[in-house]
Design a protein around this ligand. Structure first.
Ligand code: ACO
Length: 365
């Protein structure tokens, strides 16, 4: 780069900001920690769009805003800057680069976007079959109901999250939906949500739409509008899995992508989505096991914690075989036990070994 040009370079992770937008009424209904759902957030990675150095050339004071209608994920793009470089080397074509990665029906008109947000707030419904749900207390006010709150406490500096019953007054419900390419409207929806894979998973890339066996589970926050019977849905995250043939007549489901949007991270939603997927896998006789493709460290932690909790709940550590020394004369029985557990819980060998080791360490403590 020519000398003196550095001042025209900006960090694309800092210049781009993302935001989930709700209707005026739905935004006004939020309070306390729930307001974080409306706050702008930054991408973790932008190299797939702006190149490996994650720099945009040719602007000063650049702000690239990509807003999403919180449920339908329809998009609004706004690019503003203080100055654009006028020289023989042209400034980067920001919209042109983004254009390759987002659906073409985004708008650049604030007014039309607001109309879409208001319309979709009530019209949008998640696609596919509901495969799970749970409820949390809204930050705005107390939950009234018979259900005793559990899971209280502060973790990672985030506010306490109370688990409540779905029909408690003031409960916010989270619902998960399973979809495939055959689910009406889902293909278009996926084209809008897949950008989060590029922006938040290191090494993440778009799945091929012509591979027809992809399965998805999406997670939504469902809110009841005060004093009305209207429910609205807001996108939280999703996971995608792909089935591979597993000898002789089953499939191995490989989890490929998993993302929870930053405003919802560190509140247990990732764990709920993973558990729902896992429970769903256990109900399917044709699935031999669930494996994970190239897991990020944070995801590996999440998976370990959840598998560990589940195995303890299932009483695996209570079984007399659990503490059998693998060098003892009971090792054949122990090996059979392990095989049975692995089959029953559809857990891949490597993960099973990790979980067993963690269970043994836990026992020692
Ligand atoms: N209140 C506060 N904190 C909580 C609560 C709660 N109720 N429940 C869990 N936590 C804590 C957990 O203890 C955990 O803490 P730790 O990190 O110290 O162990 C932490 O929050 C994370 O657990 P969850 O909240 O269940 O997970 P989260 O919803 O944040 O999702 C994930 C984790 C998926 C990694 C998310 O951060 C993300 O999407 N990251 C970006 C994309 C990514 O890396 N995806 C995985 C790629 S790998 C692949 O796709 C195969």
């Amino acid at each position: 780069m020519a000398e003196g040009m550095e001042e025209w370079l900006c960090d694309s992770n800092e210049a781009v900001s993302l935001q989930m937008v709700r209707s005026e009424e739905d935004s006004a209904a939020l309070a306390g920690d729930d307001l974080i759902a409306l706050a702008p957030f930054s991408p973790a990675f932008t190299y797939p769009i702006f190149g490996e150095h994650e720099k945009i050339f040719g602007y000063k004071g650049l702000e690239v805003q990509l807003q999403f209608a919180s449920g339908s994920l329809k998009q609004y793009l706004s690019i503003n800057q203080d100055e654009v470089l006028q020289s023989a080397t042209p400034a980067d074509d920001i919209e042109g680069k983004l254009y390759e990665f987002i659906p073409k029906d985004y708008t650049k008109s604030e007014e039309s976007f607001q109309e879409v947000v208001e319309r979709d707030a009530v019209a949008f419904r998640p696609m596919g079959d509901k495969v799970g749900s749970y409820a949390r207390a809204a930050a705005a006010g107390k939950v009234k109901g018979k259900g005793k709150a559990k899971g209280k406490g502060k973790a990672n500096g985030k506010a306490a999250v109370e688990e409540v019953k779905e029909d408690d007054e003031g409960a916010v419900v989270f619902e998960m939906y399973k979809a495939t390419w055959a689910t009406p409207g889902f293909r278009e929806y996926h084209r809008r949500m897949q950008l989060f894979i590029l922006l938040f998973i290191e090494g993440g890339s778009y799945v091929h739409e012509d591979e027809d066996a992809w399965e998805f589970i999406t997670l939504f926050e469902k809110r009841k509008r005060p004093e009305s019977d209207v429910y609205t849905y807001h996108f939280v995250g999703y996971t995608s899995v792909y089935p591979f043939w597993c000898y002789p007549d089953q499939v191995r489901l490989r989890l490929s992508q998993f993302v929870i949007l930053p405003p919802y991270q560190q509140q247990g939603h990732g764990s709920k989505l993973y558990s729902a997927l896992y429970q769903h896998v256990l109900t399917r006789p044709e699935v031999a096991e669930l494996t994970v493709e190239d897991p990020a460290e944070a995801f590996e932690d999440l998976r370990d914690r959840n598998d560990l909790r589940y195995f303890v709940q299932q009483g695996v550590t209570e079984d007399p075989n659990f503490l059998v020394d693998v060098g003892s004369d009971k090792r054949a029985g122990r090996a059979l036990w392990e095989m049975g557990i692995r089959k029953k819980y559809k857990i891949a060998q490597r993960q099973f070994d990790r979980v067993l080791e963690m269970l043994l360490l836990r026992q020692l403590n």
